[in-house]
Design a protein around this ligand. Structure first.
Ligand code: ADP
Ligand code: MG
Length: 300
């Protein structure tokens, strides 16, 4: 595998944008709870990786953003991370500065062609210790073609198995649906991380997702657990999002991560920059929140 780093991380541009959503104070009790989450111990060897599916059938809730930034924060802790772009939109690949339509081989080839090796498809990213299994629109055809395959729900699991020993964590960025691609991710995952936007109607969809997770656990993957629920798009200035967040806490209790991701323009900016917030704006509240999430994930 080629481990050269194609892109030098750019430095943060200071003082150019609105950071108010980051800094407006919400007296958050979790700040104290967060202090109790241990610093991750240094590692001497890697693998077999824990596979985490980042899933929610609703679009625009922060799945892709969370995959990139949790991955980068885990890599900062010295954990080798593989990010799997499992959405034909290829947003994860774009967010890491890759032009998906220019790629010759993607996760699609890995799923559909038996002579393609996973090592040939994995790309290094600008973050040291973090690699990418990219995808593009070709993957949408896999969803149709896989239907006729034997073991159609296990295609992704078979594809990534040879590299699990190289990583500590594999994060799979799922597409916004509960179709066959997402089922493939759940079938090979140890755990699911559910980003949940602090908006009305977000909670409704989670019941359906939980139901799907239960079915996958019963029929395909008895080891599947829910790692946690991540509150995203939180705006401390509005009563509305604060209410939704309390409801999420009431409904899911300890499953909810202490880390909360605020709504801030910093995240759309990082997509344009093609790098994680941890390098684009390393001192921002968004970067700090994803670092806390990384510590929680390692502690769970
Ligand atoms: P999903 O993968 O669930 O569809 P994304 O991570 O792609 O969601 O996020 C959807 C859009 O919202 C993207 O344009 C992204 O840049 C933006 N976004 C994600 N997280 C935040 C946030 N915390 N604050 C503001 N914008 C965000
Ligand atoms: Mg996405």
């Amino acid at each position: 595998m080629d481990t050269t780093r194609p892109i030098e991380p750019r430095r943060e541009q200071l003082g150019t944008e609105d950071d108010t959503a980051d800094s407006v104070g919400d007296p958050r009790p979790e700040q104290t709870a967060a202090a109790e989450i241990p610093e991750p111990a240094p590692l001497t060897d890697h693998g077999p990786a824990r596979v985490i599916a980042v899933a929610n059938q609703k679009g625009g809730v922060g799945k892709t953003t969370s995959t990139i930034n949790l991955g980068a924060a885990l890599a900062e802790c010295g954990r080798r991370v593989l990010l799997v772009d499992f959405d034909p939109q290829g947003a994860l690949s774009v967010g890491l500065g890759v032009q998906p339509h220019q790629l010759e081989t993607t996760v699609y080839n890995l799923l559909m062609e038996r002579d393609v090796e996973v090592d040939e498809v994995i790309l290094p990213t600008s973050v040291e210790g973090m690699d990418l299994l990219p995808s593009n629109i070709d993957l949408s055809a896999a969803e149709v073609q896989l239907v006729f395959e034997v073991g159609r729900e296990q295609a992704l699991g078979r594809a990534i198995k040879p590299v699990l020993d190289h990583y500590v964590v594999v994060l799979i960025d799922c597409q916004p649906s509960l179709g066959l691609l997402t089922i493939n991710a759940l079938a090979c995952a140890d755990a699911v991380l559910i980003p949940l936007a602090c908006e009305f109607f977000s909670l409704r969809g989670v019941a359906l997702l939980m139901d799907t997770i239960d079915k996958v656990r019963d029929r395909l993957n008895p080891n599947l657990s829910i790692l946690g629920i991540l509150a995203t798009m939180f705006d401390p200035r509005t009563l509305h999002t604060r209410e939704v967040r309390h409801r999420v806490r009431d409904a899911f209790g300890d499953l909810v991560f202490e880390a909360v991701i605020n709504r801030t323009v910093r995240f759309p900016e990082t997509t344009v920059a093609g790098e994680p917030i941890t390098t684009w704006a390393p001192t921002s509240a968004g970067a700090t929140a994803y670092r806390l999430l990384a510590r929680e994930v390692l502690a769970r």
